[in-house]
Design a protein around this ligand. Structure first.
Ligand code: SF4
Length: 206
């Protein structure tokens, strides 16, 4: 089973175009400043068979691709992750972006990880480093790199590395909780949390 902390059908701030985003549950890295730490440490998640997760994707009409985030996708049961991605690749032209706290070099030499990498268009790698958080688009910190593993977005490569533009999406849940998606600017979370706590409003970050 794949353990999913959160998923969002339509998101415009975690990769090009409109994308379905899956936040996998759990990460062993514990990077200082990780915005997903409470989500990762929570015991709230849902478990899916690969085909169930793919079914959810097929309902999200009009998306350009999917983004895998977390949590740590490469710490999920890899045979199930591979099945899920293989189905997406075989049955659609959706692009696949994947965030990981591992470095590309740690993944590429191992066959079990290669089976996942073969389905990914762009891998965004490396742990979040708060001292290198300079406001880059789609990256938490400058040490994180875009690896273009297929030609899908290769012609846009220069823009991906140079654009400084942070965007987030905030949704208000029916129970009053706020859900935030995207890569926020440094200190944004602390400032917003402080302000909301004064008003007895809780917020969930991914
Ligand atoms: S690798 Fe990513 S999800 Fe894991 S602790 Fe670091 S920032 Fe958080």
């Amino acid at each position: 089973m794949l353990h999913v902390a959160r998923k969002k059908s339509f998101c415009k701030v975690l990769g090009p175009g409109e994308r379905s985003v899956i936040w996998f549950h759990g990460c062993s890295k514990r990077c200082p400043g990780c915005i997903a730490s409470s989500m990762n440490e929570s015991d709230e998640y849902e478990s899916y068979q690969p085909e169930q997760l793919a079914q959810w994707i097929w309902h999200n009409h009009g998306i350009e691709g999917i983004t895998l985030s977390g949590g740590e996708p490469f710490e999920q049961p890899l045979e199930f992750l591979e099945q899920f991605l293989a189905e997406i690749r075989q049955k659609s032209n959706l692009s696949v972006l994947c965030y990981t706290g591992y470095r590309f070099e740690q993944l590429i030499d191992e066959e079990k990880f290669q089976k996942i990498l073969q389905h990914i268009d762009v891998l965004i790698d490396g742990e979040y480093r708060i001292d290198q958080d300079t406001g880059q688009r789609w990256r938490g910190s400058e040490n994180q790199r875009f690896h273009f593993l297929t030609p899908r977005y290769l012609s846009e490569k220069e823009n991906w590395f140079t654009i400084s533009e942070r965007q987030i999406e905030i949704e208000l849940e029916i129970d009053g909780a706020l859900l935030l998606s995207g890569v926020p600017s440094k200190n944004f979370i602390d400032d917003l949390t402080t302000q909301l706590n004064h008003r007895n409003i809780s917020i969930d970050f991914s």
